[in-house]
Design a protein around this ligand. Structure first.
Ligand code: ADP
Ligand code: ZN
Ligand code: ZN
Length: 718
């Protein structure tokens, strides 16, 4: 709810600080609320005010700087502050738990315990064993567990008063960084980059650097050396990585370099683990905080530097609920708290490049691969009139054989999991459409199921056509599962490893697979975009993108940028060590200007031209956008709410309203989806117009029949 609620504070309660939590009655329930202001004139009549039940915190949960950032984010994204705060708070805090450190029990001998003769305990060997251990010193619960002392033993010793137990908070201890272990000697470009960062870091200036370095150019080494100065003076470093980038290996790389406490924050943590990491960051116990998108909201006692790796990656944008962009918030936070921010990428977003061009970020280039590796050779295979063997051309098969025979690894990229993207009736043209979505269901052969990748529905594979009853059902659109099967047939002597969402569902599977891939245990790697991101596979010399043609004719204005980023990130997996790499793109459109550009000129050249096009077309980053989405079980309801909203929004001279129109995925999980696009040359008029109109828009009667949402700076138009 966008609304705030007023409560009366009972005379007995102490005045809570702004940013503290309270327990309040809400309808029939009790809820946890955040205090936004005190001593205000209530918006409802005195007698309607309810009393606060309980004040939970004596102090604000967040430091002032973080509180300000959250307030700013709520305003910028026009999102209810309550939802912003509950998004930023760890789950347990949101549920009303006190943010406290985990505790442990410490056992030690009492005075009387010390007086006992151990030999008198010969008939109670467990007690004897534990007493002997305690004679050497006090022990924590974990140590006692490791000794395998039965709880009955513990209990009788406590009862006899020979052993005492006390509860201890596992508070972080102070840390000190003694410098880096095993730092590399920087090459010239790296040294220039680190050199440019050190001055502002030493002066504690707020500054943003765009570290634009080709894949394998040693960006991580630059991060590590910039971090050292900060850690040496006892300040913290926050490192943000894309969803898939945060593996134990990433964390290990930081641990090996600096022997300091590191916490990680990601979706795989339990609520209590997350709370502990959050506290360690807030109270200064953690020196390095590594996390995915939402870690941007982690308060830090003394932050000295933030690094956002793979800054172009889409996973920094939250795609539902509170639709923030962690990269943009990082820039805001850097200026509010006064620290340096490194945005690193081999394929920077056009937004960041435009900011660098405008002088808002300092642009630092790494144009060569570190450690002697050469840039890869690029080639295109024209698929027109070629025979394809389950998506593989003869030419590709020959090239693969050459690389494999030389003892190298080959990586095949195909961004479609499953066996086939649809089933098709050969006689009547029926396709395996999902009943709840405007999309085909994917065939998963191993599970013998059809699965919708949009809503998760599953269905048994039909033997016959749903319309005409024909048994001539064929599959269409190659997926990774089928590719794996094809590879086994063509290269029976080589081991293949498939890495996609299906093959890495269980905890630890992805880490294991990435490690196996890096160690060269498998000759052929097959994968979706999971394989494309930042991973280092030293033995891969050939990379092939099998089918990216779909992206060439997309209606999304960001599709070329995305394809260029994907292409170069995938290509970047080739030839990362001494052996030279080759990148082969299979396409039906070898003359397409984007393909020519990427293969011949590379990303920087592409980005220059793309920025110019965006400027001419008045598209972001040279214009501001917002997207209103609506969905409802009835098509009319979904469209109606946006139609009415459009009639209001239309009345501003500087804001263009486009739509409503059906979303590209017109129906999902049984709901029709519509969109309304708002465009303005400047951000300010668009935002103030939204601010002015939203209170009216959200009270429109049409909103009761449809779910709607607002997305500021939308990244995804699906
Ligand atoms: P990026 O993140 O830019 O893709 P990495 O940081 O993973 O690149 O570095 C690629 C490889 O180059 C790594 O194996 C790394 O150890 C090595 N490397 C980086 N900097 C240097 C250097 N100055 N001297 C030698 N090797 C380096
Ligand atoms: Zn049919
Ligand atoms: Zn579906």
């Amino acid at each position: 709810m966008r609304q705030l609620f007023d409560y009366r504070l009972p005379a007995s309660a102490a005045l809570p600080s702004v940013g503290a939590r309270v327990r309040v009655p809400f309808g029939q329930r009790q809820l946890i609320g955040f205090v936004l202001a005190t001593n205000v004139t209530p918006e409802v009549a005195e007698k309607q005010l309810k009393d606060v039940i309980d004040v939970l915190d004596t102090e604000p949960l967040w430091p002032v700087s973080m509180w300000d950032l959250l307030q700013w984010a709520a305003r910028y994204y026009h999102h209810p502050i309550g939802d912003v705060l509950s998004h930023a708070a760890p789950g347990l805090v949101r549920q009303g738990q006190l943010p406290s450190y985990a505790t442990t029990t410490r056992y030690q001998l009492t005075e009387r315990g010390r007086e006992q003769e151990l030999s008198a305990l010969n008939r109670a060997p467990q007690q004897q064993r534990f007493m002997a251990a305690l004679q050497r010193g006090a022990m924590h619960a974990a140590g006692v567990r490791a000794l395998d002392i039965p709880s009955s033993t513990l209990k009788s010793l406590l009862d006899k008063g020979w052993v005492s137990a006390e509860q201890l908070e596992l508070k972080p201890s102070a840390w000190q960084c003694e410098g880096a272990h095993g730092a590399l000697i920087l090459n010239e470009e790296q040294a220039t980059a680190v050199g440019a960062m050190l001055g502002p870091i030493e002066r504690r200036e707020a500054k943003v650097w765009l570290l634009d370095g080709v894949t394998g150019s040693g960006k991580t080494e630059v991060y590590l050396q910039a971090m050292e100065t900060v850690l040496l003076r006892g300040e913290q470093v926050v490192v943000l990585v894309p969803e898939i980038g945060l593996t134990p290996q990433t964390v290990a790389r930081f641990e090996q370099r600096f022997h300091v406490p590191i916490v990680s924050l990601h979706s795989g943590l339990t609520d209590s683990e997350r709370l502990q990491s959050w506290l360690q960051a807030r109270d200064g116990g953690a020196a390095i905080i590594i996390g995915t998108r939402s870690a941007i909201f982690t308060p830090c006692k003394k932050i000295g530097l933030m690094i956002l790796d793979e800054e172009h990656d889409n996973s920094f944008k939250q795609q539902d609920g509170f639709r923030y962009n962690a990269r943009d918030l990082a820039v805001k936070r850097a200026y509010q708290e006064g620290f340096g921010l490194i945005l690193g990428s081999a394929t920077p977003s056009l937004e960041s490049l435009a900011n660098a061009k405008a002088g808002r970020y300092q642009h630092l280039l790494l144009s060569n691969r570190a450690g002697g590796a050469k840039l890869a050779h690029h080639a295109v295979i024209d698929l027109k009139q070629q025979r394809l063997h389950q998506g593989l051309s003869d030419q590709l098969l020959t090239t693969m054989a050459k690389h494999l025979q030389a003892g190298n690894q080959v990586l095949l990229f195909l961004n479609r999991r499953g066996y086939a993207s649809a089933l098709l009736c050969h006689e009547c043209g029926w396709t395996s459409e999902c009943e709840r979505c405007q999309a085909n269901m994917t065939l998963h052969q191993q599970e013998h199921m059809l699965q919708c990748h949009h809503c998760g529905s599953q269905r048994r594979v039909p033997r016959q056509c749903g319309d005409c009853g024909s048994t001539q059902i064929i599959s269409q659109g190659l997926g990774t599962e089928q590719l794996e099967e094809a590879i086994a047939k063509h290269f029976p002597g080589y081991q293949a490893l498939r890495i996609d969402r299906d093959s890495t569902r269980k905890k630890g599977q992805l880490e294991q697979a990435l490690q196996d891939a890096a160690n060269g245990k498998f000759s052929i790697l097959i994968g979706t975009q999971m394989l494309a991101k930042g991973h280092h596979f030293p033995h891969v010399t050939l990379v092939s993108l099998l089918d990216v043609d779909g992206a060439l004719y997309s209606s999304d204005f960001r599709a070329p940028e995305r394809l260029a980023q994907l292409y170069l990130q995938v290509a970047g997996r080739a030839g990362r060590e001494e052996k030279p790499g080759t990148v082969v793109l299979q396409t039906h459109h070898p003359d397409h200007p984007l393909i020519q550009e990427l293969v011949n000129n590379g990303y920087r050249h592409f980005a220059e031209a793309a920025l110019e096009e965006r400027q001419q077309a008045m598209l972001p980053p040279y214009a501001a956008m917002a997207l209103l989405r609506a969905e409802a079980t009835s098509r009319d309801d979904a469209e109606a709410v946006l139609k009415v909203m459009a009639s209001y929004l239309n009345q501003h001279p500087d804001v263009t309203v486009i739509g409503p129109m059906s979303a590209p995925l017109g129906r999902r999980a049984g709901r029709y989806r519509y969109q309304l696009l708002l465009h303005a040359e400047q951000r300010a008029p668009l935002h103030s117009w939204l601010k002015q109109l939203l209170p009216t828009l959200e009270k429109l009667p049409e909103t009761r029949k449809a779910r709607w949402s607002l997305d500021i700076d939308p990244q995804d138009f699906a």
